[in-house]
Ligand binder design. Structure first.
Ligand SMILES: *[C@@H]1O[C@H](CO)[C@@H](O)[C@H](O)[C@H]1NC(C)=O
Ligand SMILES: *[C@@H]1O[C@H](CO)[C@@H](O)[C@H](O)[C@H]1NC(C)=O
Length: 250
């Protein structure tokens, strides 16, 4: 009897010293505020990408993809096809929170400079080309450019985001060109890979980020190899209709 009690006491001590954050109370439950958020003093929702999920009539949801109307969860409307937008990193726990997705080297990075080009004969009609603008539609996405043929966005075989070179339709075999959704007032979501979401990988761990934080789409097979990366959402910021990002992104 004494032995059992001391074992239990030991187990409890072990537990309390392994919990880094002071627990808080939500209804009958104790929770770690780094991992959960408490709604209406009663419901726990997990923290994903540095933010507690929202609550709607018994379900936890991401405001980047859903909206709650009278306790009913609805998927946000997708942006009308062709609406230009930029994307910003959303994870309040990261230093790159709020920074723009940037196109450079046929690849999307997080927070770095945008690389673009405009032929000199286009002259003063060249767009600024210093922000990375995108549009989406029919499950696909493209860079917001003038160059004839456009520049298609795709998930590369390494599940980084790439885009076609101007004047070329070449896409590496094994790439995915569909399965993206841009939600109005929400996020840019990768629907490939069963909802593992986006991660931000610090420059040293990115392997291909070109010195800036790198964007990778997580899935069941690459999840373990991305353990140095942090979950993020990509927030959609719509631009006025007709805004052109660049002549072409390089
Ligand atoms: C793009 O260039 C314009 C004009 O030089 C400048 O006002 C603007 O701040 C720049 N935007 C970014 C994101 O660098
Ligand atoms: C997940 O991504 C990796 C690249 O990081 C890719 O090789 C693999 O095929 C993907 N897995 C699935 C199930 O699509």
């Amino acid at each position: 009897m004494t032995l059992r009690l001391s074992l239990i006491a030991g187990a409890l001590l072990g537990l309390s010293s392994s919990v880094a954050n002071a627990l808080q109370t939500c209804g009958q439950a104790q929770y770690d505020p780094a991992q959960y958020v408490c709604w209406f003093d009663n419901f726990l929702c997990p923290v994903i990408a540095g933010e507690g999920l929202s609550y709607c009539g018994g379900a936890c949801y991401s405001k980047f993809q859903y909206t709650c109307n009278g306790n009913v969860l609805n998927v946000l409307p997708t942006l009308p096809a062709g609406t230009p937008f930029t994307l910003t990193v959303s994870n309040p726990t990261l230093t790159i929170n709020g920074q723009l997705v940037s196109a450079s080297g046929q690849h999307w990075g997080l927070g770095g400079p945008t690389s673009s080009y405009c032929p000199s004969q286009v002259g003063s009609s060249c767009p600024q080309g210093n922000i990375t603008a995108i549009y989406a539609g029919n499950g696909g996405a493209a860079m917001d450019v003038i160059v004839p043929g456009g520049q298609l966005v795709y998930l590369r075989p390494d599940w980084n985001v790439g885009y076609t070179q101007a004047h070329s339709a070449y896409i590496p075999p094994g790439s995915l060109t569909t399965g993206f959704a841009a939600y109005e007032g929400g996020g840019f979501v990768n629907l490939n890979g069963n909802g593992w979401g986006w991660v931000a990988c610090p420059p040293t761990a990115s392997g291909g980020g070109g010195g800036v934080w790198n964007l990778v789409a997580k899935n069941s097979t690459n999840a373990a190899s991305l353990n140095l990366c942090t979950a993020i959402n990509l927030k959609v910021n719509t631009l006025p209709q007709g805004t052109v990002g660049a002549w072409q992104y390089t």
